[in-house]
Each structure stands twice: as C-alpha cells, then as structure tokens.
Design a protein around this ligand. Sequence first.
Ligand SMILES: Nc1ncnc2c1ncn2[C@@H]1O[C@H](COP(=O)(O)OP(=O)(O)O)[C@@H](O)[C@H]1O
Ligand SMILES: [Mg+2]
Length: 594
Amino acid sequence: MRRANLPQSSQGSKPPVTASLIRLIKLALPYRGRFSLALLALMIGSAINLVFPELIRRALDPAHRDTLSAQLPVLMAGLGLLFVVQGVAFYLRSYLFGWIGQAVYSDLRRELFEALLSKDVTFFDRNRSGELSTRISSDAALVQDAVAIKLSVIIRYGFQVVCGVVLMAWMSWQLTLALVMSVLIMVGVSAGFIRSLKAASRRYQTNLAHLTSFAAECFSGAKIIRSLGASGDVTRRYRDANMLVLQAGRERVGISARFSSGASLLLNLLLLVVLWFGLHLVFAESLPLNELAAFILYGAIVAVSFSFLVGAYSELMQGLGGVERVFELIESSALNESQDAVGSLRVGGAPVTVELKHVHFSYPDRADNVVLEDFCADLRPGSVTALIGPSGSGKSTIAQLLLKLYTPTSGEIRFNGRPLHEVSEGELRASIAWVPQEPELFGFSLFDNLTLGNNTLLRDEVLKTVQAWEFLDFIEPMEHGIDTVLGEHGALVSGGQRQRIAIARALLRRPSLLILDEATSGLDSHTEAQVMETIRRHIPTASLLVISHRLATVRSADTIYVLNEGRVFEQGSHDQLVAHEGLYHSYVTRQALR
Ligand SMILES: Nc1ncnc2c1ncn2[C@@H]1O[C@H](COP(=O)(O)OP(=O)(O)O)[C@@H](O)[C@H]1O
Ligand SMILES: [Mg+2]
C-alpha cells in the first residue's frame, strides 16, 4: 500500500534548519522561567571555567611572585568556593534542562497523538498503525534529547567559545585572528558532513519505524503465523528489514566518526600552529611568556569547547531529521471539526431521514476503481433497509459514506433534508451508530468499552439495561462482570461476543440511524434473532441499515438493495424480489439448498 502521507525522507522541500530550531526553542517557551534559570546556571558554570587561565596568567607574572606566596591560602580557599558554586550551577543546569526535556517530550507526545487521531481517515488507510505509534514515542524522544541535552551543550560550549575568543583577543589579536580564521574554515568543511549526517539519520529512523511496526504486527498476529507455519518466512522478512536498519545505522556512525575524529585532529593541529606562532612572538619579546601560557590555556578551552559544540551540533542535526518529521506530522494534520464532537456528545437525537441521491464514489487512493455508481436509497425512521451482494460490491463503502468518513465523488447524501457536509460532526456522531464486521474493542473494562464516547450515561442505568438484554447473558457469569478488563483489541472474549458487545455499545447510544455491517456474522441464528428483537424494542423509531450475507437477517427488511459491482441490481421487499426471479432469487434458492 502507498504511504504518501508520512514524511519519509529528506528529499523534497524542507523547512530550513533554523525554522526547526526556532520551533524547538518555542516548545520550551511554556517553561521559560526554568529555562532562564537553567541558562543562568549554565553561564555561571562556564564563566568559572574561564577564570582559570586568567589566574594562571597572574600567578606566573614575574612581577607578582612575592605577593602570590603570601596570598596562597586565600587564593586556594577562593578557588574551593568557586568549585562549590560551579557544582551547584552544574546540578541546576543539568536538572533543569532534563526536566524541561521531559516536559517537552510529554507535550509533544500528546500533541502528536491528537494530531494523528484527527487526521482524515485516508491517512490511516495509507499508514501502518504500528509505525504511527512507534513514531509517537521514538521520534518525539529525539525532540526531548535535542532540547534537554543538545541545546544545553551547544549553548554552554558556544558561550565558552565566544568568551574565550574575546579574552584571547584581548591578549593577542594576531594570534586570535589566526585561530579564528582556521576555525571558520573548519566550520565550512563541517557543513557538508552535517548535511549527509542528517539524511542518514532520517533514513535510519524511517527504517527503524518500519521494523518496529512489523514486529508489532507479527506479535498481534502470532496465532495466525503459528497456524500458517510461517515463523520462518516472517523471521526472514524481519531479518531483511533489520539489515536495512543496521546498514543505515552503520552509515550514520561512519559519517559521525569521520566527522568528529577529523574535527578533533584539525583542532589539535590548530593549537600546534598557534603555539609555534606564539613562541615566535615570545622570542621576539612582543608577548610575555605568562600571557602565552594563558593564551594556550584559553585556546585549549576554546578548542575543546568547539569540538564538543560541533559534536553536539552534528548530533542535533541528526536528531533534527526526526524532529522535522514530528513537526510535519503535527502541521499536516487535518484540523477538521471532529474536535467538537469530543466530550460534548449528546447522543440519542430525533428520528432522521437519510437520502442517497445518485452517489458515485471511488476511494481517493484508487481513483481508477469505481466502487459505487449511481447509488440511490432512502432510509426512513422506523424502517429496515438491507444491502446484500457479493463481497467487494461496495456495501461497506456505503456505510462509510454515511458516516462521512469519505465524501462521494459526485451525487449527494442528504441528512434530514440537509447536505451531509453541512451537518456538524457532533450532530452526526450523536445520531449514527455503526457496527462493522470486526468491531474494535479496547483493552479497558467492559463497562468502559460499552460507554466509550458516551460517558454521560449513569452506571446504574447501563447495568440495568445490559442485564435486561438477553444477548449479553455471557457477561454476568464473568468473575468481574461488567468490570472485567478485556485484553488488547478485546481478546479474552470470543469473536461473537465481541460483536455482541459492539452492538450493545451502539444501542446504548440510542442512535437514530443504526448501521450493522455484517455485525452479526459471528452469531448463531437464535442469538441473532434476540439481537434484532432487542434493537427494534430499544430504538423503535430508528432507521436500520443492515448489511448481511444471511437471508434470514435481511428477509424481513422493508427494502432490500441487491448490489453488484457498485450498482443496484435489484431492489424491493423479499417477496417482490423472490417473485422477480433475478439475482436475489438465485441467492434464496442457493441458501435454501444448504
Ligand atoms: N480503504 C479503501 N481504499 C481503497 N479501496 C477500497 C478501500 N476499502 C474498500 N476498497 C475497495 O472498494 C470496493 C468495495 O469494497 P467494500 O465496500 O468493502 O465491499 P463489500 O463491503 O461489499 O464487501 C472493493 O473493490 C475494495 O477493494
Ligand atoms: Mg464489507
């Protein structure tokens, strides 16, 4: 399947690095108080580092030799105090940056989850769910790392480099100029490295997300894999995908190692040149020896700081590949009105009439495959409409169009006389309940599953209602009854029981339109009859849309639409269609034979 929506690689138009950096810093804005304190601690710590060469310069000054020995104890005590202050500053800096990183990580996970969930449903047709959930944790973790560690390191060493250079320039501008020039050349060389590093990291993250989601898929399908004897096949696929991750990872560490070792070598050579040049100045008596010593010390601080700075910057750039992807995912999210349905849903509206007029439809991802052609139907309050037809004839698609998950290519759906696109998300969700063939249950308690999205219901009310429904008689014997916690996807109950729970969940919403899409396929005919009877009793004025292969389910419908390849082949009541002796008639005779 195509995965067009998920940003995959570094190709194509990208926001510039600075834009991502600005967004990163903006994430920390809500925590600016702590951030400022962290910055202050950082600067105090770094400033103390920069005091030492100056002390050395003074200590080695021949003019101060006598006073130095007298003041030594005071000097040492002062130094000790400075160390303590530096220790406190260090603690504050690392704690606060770490704290902010965790806070940003948590904000981002939440934001990403909301953004992904509000995306158009086609997004989920294109992307694997496992991959999306991996990205929430692993890609957002990159942002945490970028904020908590990399930014702090960059600011710290950036500060030391700048201050160090200023202090050096004060001692000897010629030497400083020589140093700065060489450093600038290095920066130019590193830019190319950093670009390739970023691309390699993006590849690595993408491959890793594929791998993780594949593993998740395998674990949830473990029984099928076992039954197919496909463990070997699956393992081979995993091994191949794993190899791709390894290759990308190797490539990344390769670039990274070449980069940092090259940078460190260059820096040392640089210091050597400075020392040489400085000694010349000393021999020429234009620079005192103690100044040169201090200068070299500053040079070492600047050089080491710079190499850390470059290292952190390159790692930040690696992370930025993933960081950009997080921002892209958040920004490209379809901010539709679905938000207004959340929380404030008041289910159980007035009866509705839905008309489908000359509906044509193709899925956006497969525009060439015409799924529905000129489909017309009327769903009236209190009526039962059935859809029947071979698999792939477009039945489930009709249900999803009614739910406004997709929009017809042409034609119109009217909801109580209004075009469907004008009906608010909240009103629609409150009026329509949908039970697909494979209903989704979640790993919470049965009660929470039954009232998901419908949490204004009182617990007693739910209990009473549910106890009265015979088709839910399997709940009571369970050890914790309605508070039994279901496994992932509702494992722990059988497929048919899952369907029954899903039907109950829909019914509790008292929908005006109930869509059952092969929702009783796992039930025996007796239970199915119980279900249908309960539905009619519980929501007598609702309109029912029943999709089923089973004639027993559809025969009592007011109108039956027989679909074939997206077109209505026949329509009418059971008796009319049987009399017509067409496709429906042939179904009837075939099922009667069995
Ligand atoms: N999400 C989708 N994206 C693209 N094509 C789809 C999607 N879902 C279904 N289809 C295609 O639409 C056609 C009708 O599918 P569907 O309505 O599910 O059939 P039915 O429910 O009658 O078995 C099929 O050809 C199917 O391949
Ligand atoms: Mg279907």
